[in-house]
Design a protein. Sequence first.
Length: 229
Amino acid sequence: MNNKTIIYLFGGNSKIGNAILQGLEEKYKNTTIEIISIIRSDKQKELKGSILIVENYIDALIKIKKLNANNIFILSFGVLRLENSSIKLFENIKYHLDINTFETLNIIKSLLTNFKYTEIHVVSSILGDFIRPSLFSYSMSKNLLNECISKLLTKDIANSIYLWKPSFVDSELNHGRTATLLKTDVAKIKNSVLRKKSGGVYYIPFYSKYLTNIAKKLSPVVNWIDSKN
């Protein structure tokens, strides 16, 4: 068994991505761990491991060395922009789909086809399960991402793919927004990653899965809550 683990974090500035990274570091603490943080902009914050700056995240695939190691990939990047009367709905939908859905899917397909991996962690959101009017485009992009990933998974790779659906996290992506009913934090995400031994779809906190099912059936209530924030 190879005793070296290389973790590639697509979205090195992501709070959720770094929480997943912490869980994986603990999970693989008995191996030699190398971390590569991949970012699109050189932000003034300390990042773990080596830093790879790219124009688009998919460009990183050209620079990743196909080493014989336990390669783990974390895809934790995306955009979130509220619906705004100054932005056409179609433009906002395209903005979210291009990055949150299609760039993520293209990276996943390339990893599945061209790279050795032991785990692939994809960050989605509980908002992919139901629609918040103020985040309609974002919700759509995450919903389509979830549906497409479910179509990609076959039995022989399903145990290696982790799809994370965290609730609200106080992060830069959510700057200026507040949690409505559900929220989580870095510690809960880290512990969730540490506990899971095989791939699947995981909600954080776990009970948010049931609340999102209720939200889908009570869209008028969701709309009312959304209007108050």
